[in-house]
Design a protein around this ligand. Structure first.
Ligand code: FE2
Length: 290
């Protein structure tokens, strides 16, 4: 047996260990189900390739390793969302759930590196600073308003970018399915009508902002909204499900002023599975309807 075949068999064993780990996680049955499906497909894929004649430099090895990394990050993401707390001033930049070049040709590696490592990191640092000033130190009364403004800007920037990275995948289904599709059809009529409204929302953003598909627990419906910068033009009490970054730093390097092509191409990398997972969790929040 070749060393590469041995390596693939080790990967299968590792995958089976991950399956056991998923069972022991304190996450919902839906999340377990979704992760189990992903790891089962991955193990099947490794087994198929262990029967083929492949070499070390075969790109399938990179693909399998990249997918394994994505599944582990997804586990960590779900686990974090259920069991842990972040101390004031202790936010961390989440690792991307895919490689920097994974969304090419739709979003270039250069944009992803700059956007994630520099811009998102700056929001994390800004939020930590604001939280330290507000909650850890004794803030000077005259500066409270300033730090609250900083917290709103950087906190919203951090949260929206975190949603954005997990809203995307190199393995997009290209269109919604399951519960989110049913809800889109119920509230917007058709997937096409929703997509047109979302696209118009994204191109209506002046300067820096976001297009957002959200769940509104106050009327039990989906809606579309643009956010100005990160924190203005918002609706309180809604839960964003799918967000598109329309800041120039998200597209200018690759698309220059052609916002429309950026918007249209972005649909090729939307992670509808992630949107469905967010929707399943958001729907559990029940407020009185008004
Ligand atoms: Fe951004």
């Amino acid at each position: 047996m070749s060393t590469i075949q041995n390596y693939l068999l080790e990967l299968v064993e590792w995958g089976e260990e991950v399956q056991r780990k998923i069972d022991s996680l304190e996450i919902s049955a839906e999340e377990k189900n979704s992760l189990n499906k992903q790891i089962e497909t991955w193990i099947k894929n490794v087994k198929v390739n262990s029967n083929r004649d492949i070499t070390h430099d075969d790109e399938i090895i990179d693909v399998l390793q990249g997918e394994a990394q994505r599944i582990v990050l997804s586990m960590k993401h779900n686990h974090n969302s259920n069991t842990e707390q972040v101390g004031y001033g202790k936010h961390k930049l989440p690792q991307l759930p895919y490689n920097y070049n994974a969304l090419e040709p739709y979003i270039s590696e250069a944009i992803m590196r700059l956007h994630h490592d520099v811009h998102h990191q700056a929001y994390v640092d800004g939020l930590n600073k604001a939280e330290n000033e507000l909650y850890v130190k004794q803030p000077d009364k005259s500066l409270v308003k300033h730090w609250l403004r900083e917290q709103a800007f950087h906190g919203s920037g951090h949260n929206l970018h975190t949603i954005f990275w997990f809203n995307m995948t190199p393995n997009s289904d290209k269109k919604p399915s399951g519960d989110i599709l049913k809800q889109i059809e119920r509230d917007f009529g058709t997937w096409k009508k929703f997509k047109n409204l979302f696209n118009s929302t994204a191109s209506s953003v002046e300067g820096d902002g976001w297009a957002v598909l959200y769940w509104n627990p106050r009327n039990g419906r989906l809606g579309v909204q643009s956010f100005e910068k990160h924190q203005l033009f918002q609706i309180a009490d809604i839960i964003p499900l799918l967000v598109l970054d329309m800041w120039e730093h998200a597209y200018y390097l690759q698309y220059k002023t052609d916002k429309e092509s950026y918007i249209e191409n972005w649909w090729n990398v939307v992670n509808w599975q992630n949107v469905n997972e967010r929707f399943a969790k958001a729907k559990k929040l029940k407020w009185a309807l008004y």
